[in-house]
Ligand binder design. Structure first.
Ligand code: SF4
Length: 81
């Protein structure tokens, strides 16, 4: 889907709604091993697929001020926002 980046991490599906991101970097402050800003200063997954705990994924996605980060569990239940 255009404008959406998606990655499976630790049994979670994480989605970045790139058109909503306002580059606040809150998520990066919590989990720099998961998120970075791309060349347009919009949130993107870091290239390397690091192990990130479920707790940290939830925390990093929950601090987004514009709810641009989504977390789903393996049953497609939405956990964040
Ligand atoms: S916290 Fe939200 S708005 Fe800020 S950089 Fe991350 S995705 Fe973008």
């Amino acid at each position: 889907m255009p404008g959406i980046s998606e990655r499976k991490i630790s049994d979670y599906i994480v989605k970045i709604e790139k058109t909503t991101c306002i580059s606040s970097k809150n998520c990066i402050t919590v989990a720099p091993e998961l998120f970075e800003l791309d060349e347009n200063r919009i949130c993107e997954f870091v290239e390397e697929k690091n192990d990130v705990s479920k707790e940290k994924i939830i925390e990093a996605c929950s601090v987004c001020p514009v709810s641009a980060l989504y977390v789903y569990n393996i049953d497609e239940k939405q956990l964040v926002p």
